[in-house]
Design a protein around this ligand. Sequence first.
Ligand code: 3Y8
Ligand code: NAP
Length: 308
Amino acid sequence: MPRSGFRIPVARRATTDAAPPPGEATSHGMDSPTRRVPSLGTMGSLTAPRPRILILGGTTEARRLAEVLGRDPGIDAVLSYAGRTESPLPVPIPWRVGGFGGIGGLIDYLRAERIDRVVDATHPFAAQMSAHAVAACAAVKIPLLALERAPWRAGEDDRWSEVDTLEEAADALGADPKRVFLGIGRLHLAAFARNPQHDYLVRLVDPLREDLPLPRVEVVVARGPFDLAGDRALLERHGTEIVVAKNAGGTAAVAKILAARELALPVVMVRRPRIPERPSVDSVAAVMEWLAHDDAPAAGAADAERGV
Ligand code: 3Y8
Ligand code: NAP
């Protein structure tokens, strides 16, 4: 078992409130007007130009960063969603939804919006977006910093088997029919169609818009963050015998792992995909520290690049 990473709190024997603290998704950011702007350019500025930051979002950490930046008049920031869900939660800074159009599209966006720095606060499994950010920031010569949480690591009471892909996770379920909780979302459910004999419980952010490739499936529609009591009740109600999860890290999705531990259920844990090297931190405070210093590499090249 890997020794690094975020140690999942070991709950006391009795069911405790060891569930992760509720996420901040419902914090004051929720009541801010939705401000989807196509361009930071409309922000304008009567004073010296403020640094322009692109946050690649879609996680609790990205939200927390947006909430801090929303209170900082000295920085222009925009948060970006891919548009994977029907109604992404608003954040208290300008935000955009949709892909950029590959690495080239991201380069064009960075130049057109005169972005000075990028914070990649996407999910550890959003490997393509992160790889594109590395390539585009190198091409435009602007600093990139990743904000990412440490991976979970198993405790002595955990019964994990680790795999590298969703396909391997499907194979790890074995042939005998089982009751399986797939806590992996929607995008990779097709990998489990090879094992139709199991009774699946899946949890989706949005109601179903198409048939799932699984003949025996129950769907729960819920957006995290999740808590231990809720996930334990869900697994007990379903009679889950095995849990499949991605090693997302953080607190918002750990409840199913803690519930599996309490119920002594095996977990098939999908390791994180590889992401190209880039500087990274694991806290909003560290990002703010990085933003406060202009010694990040290549800013000068970026100016030359933009002919300013
Ligand atoms: C669109 C933005 C916030 C961020 C909240 C975090 C926590 C709750 C837990 C389970 C696991 C899963 C899934 C999950 C969690 C946070 C975070 C997180 C896991 C939203 C969001 C977007 C997405 C995309 C969505 C994926 C799916 C994955 C559901 C918003 C709610 C399973 C990841 O239907 C789909 O297409 C869903 C796609 C990528 C993975 C998959 O393969 O299906 N997230 N999730 C983002 C965008 O468009 O850019 O709608 O508001 C964000 C969050 N989901 O603002 O507080 O920080 O991780 N997201 C996993 O961990 O395996 C649920 O059910 O136990
Ligand atoms: P991915 O596979 O790494 O990226 C696929 C493509 O989606 C990217 O090349 C890009 O399209 C677009 N994209 C991804 N993230 C984007 C963003 N934040 N803003 C604009 N475009 C984005 O991504 P993914 O795994 O599908 O994740 C999509 C989003 O869901 C991300 O915001 C991520 O943080 C969030 N999320 C993902 C997971 C997960 O399990 N994968 C979990 C929680 C949250 P172009 O090439 O056209 O630019």
